[in-house]
Design a protein around this ligand. Structure first.
Ligand code: SF4
Length: 443
């Protein structure tokens, strides 16, 4: 008989319910949503396909069998109950996964295997993780990004502290930015590796001293704006790596999958000799293995309805779980997203992410978007070139959502200039023209 370690769940089977909006639903502190409790499983390293399949079986046993891969590449198990959430916690820990506890220090999905990167960011990230261990009082969503500037970047992820490898006369240095995405962060300084670790830790201590109130952007006033960022490449498709390895970026549509489908994908990956995988940003899973195995896995995943190529319009939509999964949602975001991907593929050309959100919180895409549809109490707001909290250019009834998007797609089709992509066309048309198009079909 196996003896389970004595922990608080043995004494009290109820988890610490974390109902606060904006808080991170960690494994031991699940968050209430429209379809029950949601627990987050954040990993610091790759796992085997068998380990992910094991996690999926736990999602079936303890939850409703639905898993999300978040925009930042965290796994989320949905549909847990007060009784089952602590059991999931205990069972997940028994899988021996590289679970992240504490501060999120993120590196790009191909870090350390990417011949194109200026520097391997993992040692620096690991040193920050270790040094930050004893720092108490950081904001729950505090995050550090360490980016070696390889094929896949974390440039659009928001970060409190961001370190980017750069080449300089003195060799490789790390540019430290505070707050925002890479293009909107503020330059704090340029450091060698050891000094970069020290600077990041000092800043974290300064932020912690505010008792979780301050974020990276709060330390950035007066600092110069970073001068732009290279656009992030699509996570989907096959990437050549060092040591004759390849990575295959595969994702469920709109970041959500049935556990059975992921188990089938993992079983096939194992059969083909794919060695490991990582949940990655943009709701993707990055599988690592020999090129033929990756190629066959991509074919299999495509047949099963996963996103496998950059051109898939579903990969160009950021949709939160929406109704009925989230109790704050007023619209079925994924139904609208599926319709948009099927009907308006030409609008979704990869130049921007169409943001479809159940409420203004904008979980799926906290950054500004060229076009957002946001559920409200009365209908749907349409926002151009901004965050979902900004003033909409039009508001329509729930029933008019798809037709309104259709009118925008039609306008872009008609007005698109030679060689102009959808993002540029939407920006050029501006909110006035977009509003006129939306209102044109209404009596
Ligand atoms: S953005 Fe979506 S998932 Fe987030 S709270 Fe609002 S409805 Fe829920």
């Amino acid at each position: 008989m196996t003896t389970l370690p004595l922990d608080r769940t043995a004494l009290d089977p109820r988890p610490d319910l974390n109902m606060q909006r904006g808080a991170c639903p960690a494994l031991s502190a699940p968050m209430m949503t429209g379809d029950g409790l949601l627990a987050r499983v954040a990993l610091t390293d790759a796992v085997t396909p068998a380990q992910l399949a094991g996690l999926c079986r736990l999602a079936l046993r303890h939850g409703n069998g639905i898993l999300d891969i978040s925009a930042r590449g965290n796994l989320q198990v949905r549909g847990l109950t007060e009784m089952s959430a602590p059991l999931l916690d205990t069972n997940v820990r028994a899988l021996n996964l590289p679970l992240r506890e504490g501060l999120a220090v993120e590196t790009p999905p191909l870090a350390g295997l990417d011949d194109g990167e200026i520097a391997d960011p993992r040692p620096l990230a690991e040193a920050i993780r270790q040094e930050a261990h004893g720092i108490e009082g950081l904001a729950p969503k505090m995050s550090v990004v360490v980016d070696g500037q390889g094929t896949l970047r974390l440039s659009h992820l928001l970060a409190d502290i961001r370190l980017i490898a750069v080449r300089s006369d003195g060799g490789i240095r790390w540019k430290l930015l505070l707050g925002g995405a890479e293009a909107t962060g503020r330059i704090y300084g340029l450091f060698g590796e050891t000094d970069a670790i020290e600077a990041a830790i000092l800043l974290l201590r300064e932020l912690a001293a505010t008792g979780g109130k301050a974020r990276g952007r709060d330390l950035a006033s007066g600092l110069p704006l970073n001068d732009g960022a290279a656009p992030s490449a699509s996570l989907f498709g096959i990437f050549a790596l060092s040591d004759n390895l390849c990575a295959a970026g595969i994702g469920p549509a709109f970041g959500q999958a049935q556990a059975e489908d992921l188990i089938a994908l993992c079983t096939e990956a194992e059969r083909l000799g794919v060695r490991s995988l990582k949940p990655a940003l943009d709701h993707s899973l990055m599988f690592f293995g020999p090129r033929p195995a990756c190629k066959l896995l991509v074919d299999f995943a495509g047949r099963k309805g996963f996103i496998t190529a950059p051109g898939d319009p579903r990969g160009n939509i950021a949709a939160c779980p929406g109704s009925p999964a989230c109790s704050s949602a007023t619209i079925a975001t994924r139904e609208i997203a599926a319709n948009a991907a099927g009907e308006y593929a030409d609008l979704l050309d990869g130049s921007f992410k169409l943001h479809i959100t159940g409420c203004p919180k904008g979980c799926a895409h906290p950054q500004p978007a060229a076009l957002s549809l946001c559920g409200t109490a009365d209908g749907v707001s349409l926002i151009a070139q901004g965050k979902t909290t900004e003033k909409p250019f039009a508001s329509v009834a729930f029933a008019d959502t798809n037709a309104s998007l259709g009118r925008i797609a039609e306008l872009v089709r008609a007005e698109r200039g030679e060689g102009e992509n959808s993002a540029a066309c939407l920006a050029r048309l501006g909110p006035g023209r977009l509003a006129a198009a939306v209102m044109s079909g209404r009596s």
